[in-house]
Design a protein around this ligand. Structure first.
Ligand code: SAM
Length: 328
């Protein structure tokens, strides 16, 4: 098992399957970014299978999250899910297999993803207002995403969590409505502080809302809110009773106002095999030469050990890359 210099081990792999995404969220994918999936430098399903199997057997990885771009923009997503779902840890357990998605493909494919072995899903939902949704994502697709959320629940994916990036002046007044929406459906919701990376990096100061302000913004919908014991994840969770009498779990993901780097057990690998020990850092290794033309376990281990040794105690103040490239 690899540990970094601060004794943090890798347990959780966030694997970006593609840089392509059907959406162009204002804080995530810049205008210049192309949307094409598939080039020679992208890991194949077989390479992904070998790599994840190795990480599970030799490095202690227990959880995998498929991300992107949008993982549903990958034409072989079902095959990849099936391959990873078939991997067993040395003590013969399945990996926890989750996906983060914009939700567009779920109405038509959630059941297929669940049948292939996907267990849980996080769906981005920044607004319930058709115009704001369009403004933030670049797509007129709110009804499709809402149908996707329903389909994910119906397919038995559990938990289904909603991710909402908070943008001052764009969706800040809609947060109570989003909270009521999630609570009415028994869905967990997380409000995410915007990070200074990607296309809005230079406007981050004017758009960023810290969790303390987000809490004030949701007061109209909150009857009572109690902290839950901090789990292994990045969110600080609360049990919330809403004004309409619904109960749900609400999380705040606070990379900027109160980072959770001390407990970080994450390793990030991009669709072209670059290794990022931290979301906001630079790439610290290239796996492709160790995977192609044939898998070289010792080389993979060397690259990971070196990358992990460079994981900093805390994330840098500014992100070096864009989310759609790296996978959030
Ligand atoms: N396309 C998928 C989606 O929409 O969820 C998965 C990839 S996306 C990069 C993963 C998450 O990162 C989303 O919840 C998105 O809102 C979040 N994200 C992207 N850019 C961000 C930023 N600058 N600050 C905070 N969160 C960001």
């Amino acid at each position: 098992m690899i540990q970094d210099l601060n004794h943090r081990s890798i347990r959780y792999l966030r694997l970006s399957l593609t840089q392509a995404c059907q959406m162009r969220c204002v804080y995530c994918r810049p205008d210049f970014h192309t949307n094409a999936h598939g080039h020679d430098g992208e890991l194949t399903p077989a390479e992904i299978n070998q790599l994840v199997r190795h990480l599970a057997c030799r490095h202690g990885v227990r959880k995998v999250r498929l991300t992107g771009g949008d993982p549903t923009a990958h034409p072989q997503l079902v095959e990849i899910i099936r391959l990873i779902a078939g991997i067993r840890t040395p003590d013969n357990h399945r990996l926890e297999l989750a996906m983060t998605t914009n939700g567009l493909a779920l109405a038509s494919h959630a059941a297929q993803f669940a049948a292939a072995g996907l267990q849980r899903v996080n769906i981005s939902l920044d607004s319930l207002d058709i115009r704001t949704f369009h403004e933030v994502t670049g797509l007129d697709a709110l009804p499709q995403v809402l149908a996707g959320i329903e389909a994910a629940v119906a397919a038995g994916l559990s938990p289904v969590k909603l991710n909402c990036v908070v943008l001052r002046g764009k969706n800040q007044h809609q947060l109570p409505e989003i909270l009521e929406f999630a609570a009415a459906r028994g869905l967990e919701l997380r409000f995410i502080e915007m990070m200074p990376m990607g296309p809005l990096r230079d406007r981050w100061h004017s758009l960023y809302m810290p969790a303390a302000e987000i809490r004030r913004a949701i007061e109209p919908a909150v009857e009572c809110m109690q902290p839950l014991v901090q789990g292994a994840g990045s969110a600080r969770n609360f049990r919330v009773l809403t004004r309409s009498g619904k109960i749900t779990t609400l999380g705040f993901i606070t990379p900027m106002s109160c980072n959770f780097c001390a407990n970080c057990d994450r390793l990030r690998i991009t669709s072209d095999g670059n290794v990022y020990p931290c979301l906001m850092d630079e790439p610290r290794g290239r796996l492709l030469p160790a995977l192609r033309p044939a898998f070289h376990a010792a080389d993979v281990d060397d690259i990971l050990v070196q990358a992990y040794a460079r994981k900093k105690p805390e994330h840098p103040a500014w992100g070096h890359t864009i989310m759609t490239q790296l996978g959030g």
